[in-house]
Write a protein that binds this ligand. Structure first.
Ligand code: GLY
Length: 491
């Protein structure tokens, strides 16, 4: 059996790792723009190889898959899905795990996702407005918007979101200016170069609470969740600094997190199931791959959708794939034959922690973060009981060079999140810069203080949404308009 992995980051390294463990002993190939040494090693050991290539070119990827005669393609990142790589493979009759381009709209266009949730009245939806022009967005902000999240209306690597609280009337003018500036920045920095979505700016009501990711396999009908994970997006300790693709993530024993109840997890999966059903109806297509809810526990709904991914998260995939017990080939076959409902998926019962290590400059100055020589002592990391998953790195003249994004991710497991975090933290010191350029990571991820903070936040949110539910106020929003009083919105 031969498989082809599309993509070359830590998530794809974890996908390759899962295939390398398969009892079917597949020959593994990968296509990636950079030479990820972890993926390359696993490919070689299996008798396959890593091929450098453009993963956004549907023709090139499907041609490569056909030439290699692979039995299965597994697509890691979202952009190849948006560019139609899955569609091109299907046209050639090559089995592929990866949503088709129509279904991946659930991630690509945040306005499409919100409209779908409203049209089908799916719980966990937020009020929003989408704008095709920057002028319209700014005019709306000046006139109406109070506490809001301003977002690029397309998926742009999880970046560009600005949440602004507008409660102090005396700061109103200043806040208006901040909102306007950020809207302009989103457009210039993230949206000007994308012409594949009509909406450019999304303004959503602001919500607060602990966030978590529910990743699911799907055959377009059934949804099977993986252990729930919390990603930590901010660059620096205790949620400071700019948003990144994710600086590290945690997952608890029993597939849960210490601040999310089993009922909340089930409700989150139910929301994703409803979205999959609506997506099938709306796109008129069958689709096979991954769908993940990036969620928040809010006072409005309890489990609430912030975004959808049409793929596994990164680093979230690195928490769960190393502890996957069920053979990934069997899971892939169940997805492809639309028999996912027949298979049970097992994981080792461990808490896991992933810590990303990035070169200084990431995420805002990738130009500065690129091109630095680093060294990884794999043997020492393994001896600590951790594993390394290579991310944005390349091999140039035999040297390991940073690619500008998160360079490596350290995975560790334990009986508790804190235990796994301690192991990962110690292993971080075996990743070094060789040219004096600084590397950074977050030491707070998985620590007792950070967990207690999440638990307290979740308890507070839970008590409010439970109260609202008991009063029949679930899914209702009340706005106060001076001079007109209360206006109740039914969702
Ligand atoms: N960890 C966030 C993402 O995968 O986009």
């Amino acid at each position: 059996m031969k498989v082809l992995i599309v993509g070359g980051g830590s998530r794809e390294h974890a996908i390759t790792y899962a295939f390398a463990k398969s009892s079917y002993e597949p020959r593994i190939y990968a296509i990636s723009p950079l030479r990820n040494p972890g993926i390359e090693k696993l490919c070689k050991e299996s008798g396959g190889e890593l091929i450098r290539g453009d993963i956004l070119n549907p023709e090139k990827v499907s041609e490569t898959a056909e030439k290699l005669g692979v039995d299965l393609v597994f697509i890691g990142p979202e952009e190849p899905l948006f560019h139609g790589v899955s569609d091109a493979l299907e046209e050639r009759g090559i089995p592929v795990i990866g949503l088709n381009s129509k279904a991946s709209e659930i991630e690509r266009s945040k306005a499409f996702m919100r409209r779908l949730m409203w049209k089908y009245k799916i719980p966990g939806r937020l009020r929003f407005k989408a704008f095709r022009s920057i002028e319209e967005a700014i005019a709306y902000i000046n006139e109406y918007a109070e506490s809001v999240a301003i977002k690029p209306a397309r998926q742009v690597g999880g970046k560009g979101v600005k949440v602004i609280s507008d409660v102090q009337a005396y700061l109103r003018k200043v806040k208006e200016e901040v909102k306007k500036k950020h809207t302009e920045l989103i457009y210039e920095k993230f949206m000007r170069s994308h012409d594949d979505v009509v909406d450019k700016i999304l303004i959503e009501e602001k919500v607060e609470g602990p966030e978590y990711t529910v990743q699911c396999f799907t055959d377009g009908k059934t949804v099977k969740p993986l252990p729930i994970v919390q990603d930590n997006k901010h660059a620096f300790e205790m949620e400071m600094g700019p948003e990144t693709g994710g600086m590290g993530s945690i997952s608890g024993r029993g597939g849960l997190l210490p601040f999310i109840t089993e009922d909340e997890f089930k409700e989150s999966v139910r929301i994703i199931e409803e979205v999959v059903k609506a997506l099938r109806k709306e796109t008129g297509t069958s689709f096979r791959g991954i769908i993940s809810g990036q969620m928040m526990l809010t006072t409005l709904w309890g489990p609430t959708i912030i975004e959808f991914y049409s793929r596994l998260g990164d680093p979230e995939a690195v928490n769960v794939l190393p502890i996957l017990k069920t053979d990934i080939v069997d899971i892939s076959e169940a997805i492809l034959s639309e028999k996912l409902h027949k298979i049970r998926i097992y994981f080792e019962d461990y808490a896991t922690v992933v810590k990303a290590i990035a070169p200084r400059g990431y995420p805002n100055r990738k130009d500065l973060a690129r091109g630095h020589v680093i060294r990884v002592n794999e043997e020492k990391i393994k001896r600590m009981g951790a594993e390394i998953f290579y991310g944005s790195v390349d091999i140039v003249n035999g040297k390991l060079i940073t690619g500008g994004s998160r360079a490596v991710e350290i995975f560790a497991k334990g009986d508790s999140i804190e235990e796994a975090a301690e192991i990962a933290e110690k292993a971080v010191s075996y990743v070094e810069s060789l040219d004096g350029w600084g590397l950074f990571h977050r030491s707070d991820i998985g620590s007792g203080v950070s967990l207690r903070r999440m638990i307290e936040m979740a308890n507070l949110v839970r008590s409010v949404y439970s109260y609202r539910k008991s009063k029949g106020l679930f899914g209702k929003q009340i706005d106060w308009i001076p001079g007109r009083g209360k206006i109740g919105y039914e969702f």
